[in-house]
Design a protein around this ligand. Structure first.
Ligand SMILES: Cc1cc2nc3c(=O)[nH]c(=O)nc-3n(C[C@H](O)[C@H](O)[C@H](O)COP(=O)(O)OP(=O)(O)OC[C@H]3O[C@@H](n4cnc5c(N)ncnc54)[C@H](O)[C@@H]3O)c2cc1C
Length: 410
């Protein structure tokens, strides 16, 4: 029987433990928290959006194109649901986003923990790792007071995102010591910051918008949804979705801009016609009055100022150029991004163990026989909607299965 050691008792580590134990291995999970699944408990606002029925390659981002797809092709959403159903999790579907029916993330943690314990997985909690070594005879993990030995080692220690949950980036250090390249981890699914003074005035607004992220003037990604304006910048799901490109571009010294289309229900020309009709009908109105019913007052004033139209000016006083400027600002409201919130606020991490050095069929290292990776420690990050957990389940399942079957032979 293979002995499998797993570092990290989070989503991917627990899944790896279940799959390795089901494949007949003797499994030990080393977790430095006093409980397993601490981050899992806060996912989906405590409800755990565990996967999504809509799966598209675009939901998984990373340095090696197609890497995540190969993993998901081996163990995807349907396999995950089958397994969770076996473990007792019945799901609830909200527009494709799947949650445990009880709406409790703790149900997912409990289901995995119960199965792991039933399969005699040893959950070594409160375990502080002092060192890891790879020998001909297998892996040794030195902890305070004990040395664990295994034929295979799975690094499932998570990323740097939400370090308060235990994923403090230490997994990268072990991966690096074992010879792996680490792509600099940066916050993903995070709020973006701006020095733009208009943000303070707009703070508190929520508006539906199309979001276009530009890097040095080139369009990198588009999203649509409810944008939240905050005193420090921009937040909301569509901002989270594009944030990983923003953090990477800023890290590379590029200029990053978010362009908001604040009237996404109209194409460019119909919107111009629509606003011109409004101007004709309400020629006596000031610009803010003209925009009542389209935008919140704070935004109407901001659009007026951004289009450089003086306060008190009426619709009939607008020159053709000024009309064009107003129409333009409604459709192309630009905010320069100066930075992003830290790992404490991030829901995921981009970067991590370079997947070019990992076999997507097995999750085994291409450098160290018997070493496997699972979850967010790898350079894969999902979009909002259950894709990060799907990645943890898929990669965890494969890593556990192959570690149990192949491991290190000696
Ligand atoms: C607030 C929030 C909400 C989220 N909501 C969702 C959601 O609804 N849907 C979704 O798909 N994704 C969500 N995510 C992302 C998702 O939680 C993660 O992608 C996922 O948990 C990653 O799994 P993992 O196993 O790689 O890492 P983790 O779940 O972070 O587990 C890593 C484990 O390793 C342990 N560990 C780390 N270093 C060591 C060490 N040196 N020694 C021993 N143990 C160690 C940690 O304590 C931790 O328990 C959310 C994230 C956050 C922060």
């Amino acid at each position: 029987m293979k002995k499998v050691l797993i570092i990290g008792g989070g989503a991917s580590g627990l899944m790896a433990a279940v799959s390795a134990a089901r494949a007949g291995a003797v499994v030990t999970v080393l977790e430095h928290n006093k409980q397993v699944g601490k981050k899992l408990l806060i996912t989906g606002n405590g409800r755990c959006n565990l996967t999504n029925v809509n799966q598209d390659d675009r939901n998984y981002r990373g340095g090696v194109p197609g890497f995540a797809k190969q993993v998901l092709d081996s163990f995807g959403m349907h396999d995950t649901l089958r397994l969770f159903t076996e473990l007792g999790i019945f799901t609830k579907n909200r527009n494709g986003y799947l949650y445990p029916y009880s709406d409790q993330a703790s149900a997912v943690v409990e289901a995995l923990r119960m199965e792991a314990e039933h399969r005699k997985v040893k959950l070594a909690l409160n375990t502080q790792i002092k060192g890891i070594s790879c020998k001909d005879s297998g892996f040794e993990v030195q902890t305070e007071g004990w040395v664990y030995r295994g034929d295979a080692l799975i690094l499932a220690a998570g990323s740097c995102a939400a370090p308060q949950t235990g994923s403090d980036g230490s997994g990268y250090i072990y991966a690096k010591k074992l010879g792996h390249c680490i792509i600099k981890p940066l916050p993903a699914l995070v709020q973006l910051r701006s020095r733009d003074k208009r943000m303070e005035k707009l703070a508190g607004l929520r508006m539906d918008a199309k979001v276009i992220l530009q890097r040095d003037g080139e369009i990198v990604e588009r999203e649509e949804g409810e944008v939240q304006f905050t005193a420090y910048g921009l937040s909301g799901i569509p901002i989270f979705q594009v944030s990983r490109y923003a953090s990477r571009a800023l890290e590379d010294g590029k200029k990053v801009e978010i362009e908001l289309d604040l009237m996404p229900v109209f194409e460019e020309e119909p919107f111009a016609a629509f606003l011109n009709t409004r101007i004709a009908l309400g020629a006596y109105k000031t610009i803010e009055q003209l925009l009542i019913g389209l935008f919140p007052k704070k935004m109407a004033e901001c659009l007026r100022d951004t289009a450089k139209l003086s306060k008190g000016k009426t619709a009939e006083e607008l020159t053709e150029e000024e009309r064009q400027a107003l129409i333009f600002e409604c459709k192309h409201f630009r905010v320069q991004i100066s930075s992003y919130n830290g790992f404490e606020q991030a829901q995921a991490c981009c970067g991590g163990v370079d997947t070019a050095q990992v076999n997507p069929g097995t999750m085994e290292s291409q450098l160290v026989k018997g070493l496997y990776f699972a979850g967010e420690i790898l350079d894969i990050d999902g979009t909002c909607g259950g894709y990060n957990l799907q990645w943890a389940w898929s990669s965890g399942y494969l890593a556990g299965l192959h570690a149990a079957r192949e491991g290190m032979t000696h």
